[in-house]
Design a protein around this ligand. Structure first.
Ligand code: BDP
Length: 706
């Protein structure tokens, strides 16, 4: 098996016979338009039931025989004379399912909801959990989008994908991706790179984008585009892109109308402005709100949304050698200062989970607490840019849960992040939600690794259920049943590997809130702690011979801790109350500073690296226990990656430990660091043809310490 079916594998299940009573052999689909998600729901049910139970169903588009599977909207069902007693209130995209020996009813509040209901029914069937009963399910937040950082074709047949580790762009491929996304409740997709350029919306390409929209429509997924702020100046005679200029406004209005004439259900725009070289409103001394509102107003007549990214910082001003207080973590709150309430209602501010950039450990971005009158969505990365790029197993839901459940204590009231995203905490006029950067590619595994797909599956569940999502452990078990097998050994092994993976990766990379310590300037892969400091990108560790960490306190540091509501700010302000895992994020301390755990900072770093790398050695061994229990092709593919990870974790361990040992001169209490008797150094080897000497960077990762 090559992974292409992901969790929609619909393998036959052991319990098939006992379920047949609950699965009638006629499906009545209350919509016969092929572009309707309800029609798609009928097709999915027919295929899925056939594949799981080996039962062929007839599909009919008329009648509502109660002894069949009926799928449609509540409204369509009512118009056939159907009624349900005590139907719980459904909101947009919600669904209701009733299963009994008499028949099955799958109703959506809207057409998309009916499709979600069909996928939910198939999931209970495929996991062996079908039983009589009825329930309703509503999404926690309206925005459940994915982002793809795909570039348009660049010479070959497919475009490249920024920070994509699963091959080239799929958008000139086929519609399978839409199925996967719909099956986990995703309702929007932005198909091009946030580092956009104007070509995406030129006259020819809009037609191509419309064909992509056509492929997603039957799955209820609306497409959106990332914009290049200066497009009017690039695509027309205008020599300005000032958001308040009348001609610029007219240009965007026309462009937006043109897009809607090709894509009537276009979702809207995603905008990265004034960040990492992208133009934006600040170029004309206009505020970010004025920039966002330009697009919001153009979209309003058509019902579209602007996702305006909060990832705004100016690397030019972030020079730590001239300004000790410079701190990239401060940027978002500073740039959005005073703008709350100034955004049009169809603007959602899309905020990365942490204030820096998708690191292995970050505190929740404080910006969420500064936008009480503006909808916000959280940007999570499924693509593991800093987290091992799918060559390392890192199951992300445990990290996401910590962030989403974190209580930000706005006005000293309970404020878990989920309650801000779904609009309930601030009563925001419009709720926001979730954006996941996925970056699948043409690789049949989608993300480059079979196990990494559990993160995409979990993202959908997290966005749908918010605070009431199943636990990371429950999610991985369901995913395993759907993707691999119902065998208890397979389930428990993948569970153990997955739940251990984030702490393990954190252990052998950057600890105590130090950032991930990857190379920061280029690939964001592999250890390179030296590259963290002294560059304008500002992910600093400020390590010197005696001490380490970023002082972000209000009293002595960059002031970042003060961006949180009082109770949280006070907690992070003091070493005594800062949790160990964020100690070096908030404080600059001596290597011998004692943590709450009783260990010194440096000994913690050494120990964590040895523990993490030791744990990674067990991963391939645990996986080997599944030989014969999962298909050979995926077994080998996963094993190869886990073996690689085990090896690379040693490179990580030794590089980071050597680096801080060299800096501090403080030995490891257990005598491990620098003592590599078991290693075969390159100096002791002889070059054979085809190999050449290569200077390894950073030198700590090389042989013989250099
Ligand atoms: C950084 C990525 C870069 C993205 C940027 C962003 O390295 O490729 O363009 O974030 O999110 O992490 O805009």
């Amino acid at each position: 098996e090559n992974g292409i079916d992901a969790w929609l594998r619909y393998a036959p299940i052991p319990e098939a016979n006992s379920f047949k009573d609950f699965v009638p052999s006629t499906i009545v689909v209350l919509n016969d338009s092929q572009i309707s998600p309800v029609y798609t729901a009928g097709q999915e049910l027919q295929q899925g039931i056939n594949s799981i139970l080996g039962q062929r169903c007839q599909v009919a588009y008329e009648g509502s025989d109660d002894s069949s599977i009926i799928v449609g909207t509540v409204e369509a069902y009512a118009s056939t004379g159907g009624s349900i007693d005590g139907l719980q209130e459904l909101i947009a995209d919600g669904y209701y399912i009733s299963t009994s020996a008499g028949g099955v009813l799958i109703l959506g509040e809207n057409e998309r909801g009916a499709l979600y209901g069909a996928f939910a029914f198939l999931e209970t069937l495929a996991t062996g959990n079908l039983s009589a009963g009825s329930y309703a399910s509503n999404p926690d937040a309206p925005v459940r989008w994915v982002n793809q950082w795909d570039n348009m074709r660049d010479g070959g047949t497919h475009g490249s994908v920024e920070r994509g580790y699963g091959g080239k762009s799929i958008f000139f491929w086929d519609g399978q991706y839409a199925r996967l996304l719909a099956s986990i409740g995703i309702n929007g997709i932005v198909i091009n790179n946030v580092n956009a350029n104007e070509t995406t919306i030129n006259d020819t390409n809009i037609e191509g984008v419309a064909r992509v929209a056509d492929a997603f429509r039957p799955y209820g997924i609306q497409i959106g585009l990332s914009l290049y702020f200066s497009s009017p100046a690039n695509l027309s005679h205008l020599d300005t892109f000032d958001p308040l200029n009348e001609e610029v406004i007219a240009w965007w209005n026309n462009k937006t109308t043109q897009i809607y004439s090709h894509i009537p259900d276009f979702a809207g725009y995603l905008v990265k402005a004034n960040s990492e070289g992208q133009p934006g409103p600040l170029t004309y001394n206009r505020t970010l709100a004025e920039g966002a509102n330009l697009f919001a107003r153009a979209l309003q007549p058509h019902g579209g949304t602007v996702m305006f990214r909060a990832f705004v910082y100016d690397s030019k001003t972030l020079n730590q050698t001239t300004n000790w207080k410079a701190d990239r973590a401060n940027a978002a709150v500073e740039f959005f200062d005073g703008l709350d309430g100034k955004f049009e209602d169809n603007v959602v501010i899309q905020i990365k989970y942490g204030p820096i950039d998708f690191q292995v450990r970050e505190p929740v971005s404080p910006l969420f607490t500064h936008l009480e009158n503006t909808a916000t969505s959280i940007e999570l990365q499924i693509t593991q840019e800093y987290l091992g790029q799918q060559a390392h197993l890192v199951y992300l839901p445990p990290m996401w849960r910590e962030l989403l459940d974190f209580d930000l204590r706005v006005d000293s009231q309970p404020t878990p992040l989920t309650s801000i995203l779904n609009g309930s905490r601030f009563g925001t006029k419009r709720a926001g939600g979730y954006a996941g950067v996925v970056n699948v590619g043409t690789n049949t595994t989608w993300l480059g690794s079979h196990l990494a797909m559990s993160n995409l599956y979990a993202f959908g569940k997290t966005a749908w259920y918010g605070a009431s999502a199943p636990s990371p452990s429950e999610i991985i078990d369901t995913w395993t049943r759907l993707t691999f097998s119902h065998d208890p050994t397979v389930i428990s092994t993948i569970n153990a590997l997955s739940l251990a993976s984030w702490p393990t990766y954190e252990n052998y990379t950057g600890n105590l809130g130090l950032q991930t310590l990857t190379d920061i300037l280029l690939g964001h892969y592999g250890p390179n702690p030296a590259s963290q400091d002294g560059n304008p990108w500002g992910q600093w560790t400020r390590a010197d011979g005696n001490s380490i960490g970023m002082d972000r306190t209000v009293s002595n540091g960059t002031g970042f801790a003060g961006q949180y509501p009082t109770e949280v700010a006070e907690m992070y302000e003091r070493i005594e109350t800062t949790p160990d895992e964020l100690m070096l994020w908030f404080h600059h301390v001596g290597y011998t500073q004692k943590l709450h755990s009783g260990k010194t900072v440096l000994q913690h770093i050494y120990d964590a690296h040895y523990e993490g790398a030791a744990m990674a050695q067990t991963f391939p061994v645990q996986w080997e226990g599944l030989k014969g229990l999962v298909d050979e092709e995926r077994y080998e593919h996963v094993l190869y990656r886990l073996r690689y990870q085990a090896g690379h974790s040693l490179v990580w361990r030794d590089s980071i430990c050597n680096f801080y040992f060299n800096k501090s001169g403080i030995a490891d209490e257990l005598g491990r660091v620098g003592n590599y008797r078991y290693r075969i150094e390159a100096e002791e080897m002889e070059l054979v043809e085809g190999y050449k000497v290569y200077q390894v960077k950073p030198f700590e990762a090389g042989s013989g310490g250099g």
